[in-house]
Write a protein that binds this ligand. Structure first.
Ligand SMILES: [Ca+2]
Ligand SMILES: [Ca+2]
Length: 339
């Protein structure tokens, strides 16, 4: 009897440890630039991270009336500190409301372009900036198009071309009416100066989007569909569906490890807590890693989980060597050292 009790206690303890610490690869935290959200983060091959902060999402909580900002963080620095990016050009900064971001490096001259989804007055448009110095962006262009009506995230594939996700099937469908009805009406849109068209469809809510290191595949997180979908880029920027990988969580943005091709996703373990924000019962956070996504059996693992006590509503996880950055829709950002 006593042995059985001890065995049960050991099993319970192991289960507790397993639940709490199985994936405790993160050894330190530091809070970053914001307490008002870092919805999207992307990291260049040389360790420079771009961060979009201060999103006001229609119907979502927001803890600041300030306009959004963009930051840069040098992960090669022993003690990285976020620096606010100065924006030059015609853009109205008082209504700047940045959401998904993507970086494009022009291999012809190593110029770096930052593409930013912007929601001034809750509208959707895409801003293209050139990163010119340590902390300066020059605004080049604003793109507005009827097909780009509810843009969440974006992946740049040229100096003026990109794929973008719509997370609603109609403009201003803040209630997600078509989602409640189970209608897979959301789309991925391809944009170039010569051509704008629907490139993929059939999503409940298309959210994060990114590209493989060899640029052959596009990944799209269908947050309400609880999966990530893989598309192959064919000639003429045609997307051909390859497969979907179930994730069991509402996944938001996708970052791809340049070196390994692994996908890191910031996810929302409980959508109802996210959509009905209650500070006494906050939405939690979850970071999911997908390895070998192109193999017969992709490996999906939970790398971090939190009930909202440390970080609420994680929307992005971006890895660079031994560092992991975790951002959130409306809360903070974490800088983590990995074992
Ligand atoms: Ca992004
Ligand atoms: Ca997103």
């Amino acid at each position: 009897m006593r042995k059985a009790l001890i065995a049960a206690l050991v099993a319970a303890f192991a289960a507790f440890i397993g639940h709490q610490y199985l994936k405790l690869i993160i050894i330190t935290f530091a809070l970053l630039c914001t307490e008002y959200g870092a919805e999207d983060i992307t990291i260049l091959r040389d360790g420079l991270a771009f961060i979009s902060t201060g999103l006001h999402y229609p119907g979502g909580p927001s803890f600041s009336d300030e306009p959004g900002k963009l930051y840069i963080l040098d992960l090669l620095h022993p003690k990285p500190k976020p620096v606010e990016l100065q924006i030059k050009g015609e853009l109205d900064l008082s209504s700047f409301n940045p959401h998904g971001i993507s970086v494009y490096t022009d291999e012809a001259d190593d110029s770096v372009y930052l593409f930013v989804v912007n929601h001034p007055q809750y509208k959707s448009q895409v801003e293209i900036f050139k990163f010119v110095e340590e902390n300066t962006l020059v605004h080049l262009k604003t793109i507005i198009h009827p097909l780009l009506h509810s843009v969440n995230d974006i992946v740049a594939v040229g100096v003026e071309s990109f794929y973008a996700t719509n997370d609603h099937s109609f403009p201003n469908d803040a209630l997600h009416l078509t989602v409640l009805l189970g209608l897979r009406w959301c789309e991925v849109v391809y944009y170039s100066p010569n051509e704008v068209r629907m490139a993929a469809s059939g999503f409940l809510s298309a959210n994060g989007i990114n590209i493989s290191p060899d640029k052959r595949y596009i990944y799209v997180a269908d947050s309400i569909g609880h999966d990530v979908q893989v598309f192959e880029r064919k000639e003429g920027e045609q997307l051909v569906f390859v497969k979907s990988v179930d994730l069991g969580s509402l996944c938001d943005n996708i970052e791809v490890d340049h070196r390994t091709g692994d996908l890191w996703l910031g996810c929302h373990p409980n959508g109802m807590k996210l959509f009905n924000y209650n500070p006494k019962d906050p939405p939690g956070s979850e970071v999911i890693l997908i390895k070998s996504i192109h193999s017969e059996q992709p490996v999906v693992s939970q790398e971090y989980a939190d009930n909202g006590k440390v970080i609420m509503a994680s929307s992005v996880a971006a890895r660079f060597e031994g560092k992991l950055l975790i951002g959130s829709v409306f809360h903070k950002a974490l800088y983590c050292d990995l074992k």
